[in-house]
Design a protein around this ligand. Sequence first.
Ligand code: ZN
Length: 110
Amino acid sequence: MADENHELKFPLDFEQCKVCGSTELVIKSLIDKEKAKGKIGADAKPALMTLNALIADMRKPMLAPPVVAVFVDICAKCGTLRCVHAEIGTAKVQIKPGQLLPPNIPFIKG
Ligand SMILES: [Zn+2]
């Protein structure tokens, strides 16, 4: 996950559940089935939820700050809620000090 300089290499993928070792995921498997039937668009995110973390100091103005999108799903074997994927991109917003931002910042994949 990190190189010799301890820099993270995105995207990060966590294939196996740390608890039971399974690679099966509840929401991803259901979404993939519906995608195969053509009921859900191919661009739908295959996860329970994504959490977008803005990497910025909200006291300073910043144009297009970095955003990390974390995909969370449920292990189909043991039920553990876990991170399956994390990718970095750039926020589609400009930060002005003191501004309120939506909880899931829209972003462009890096
Ligand atoms: Zn598990």
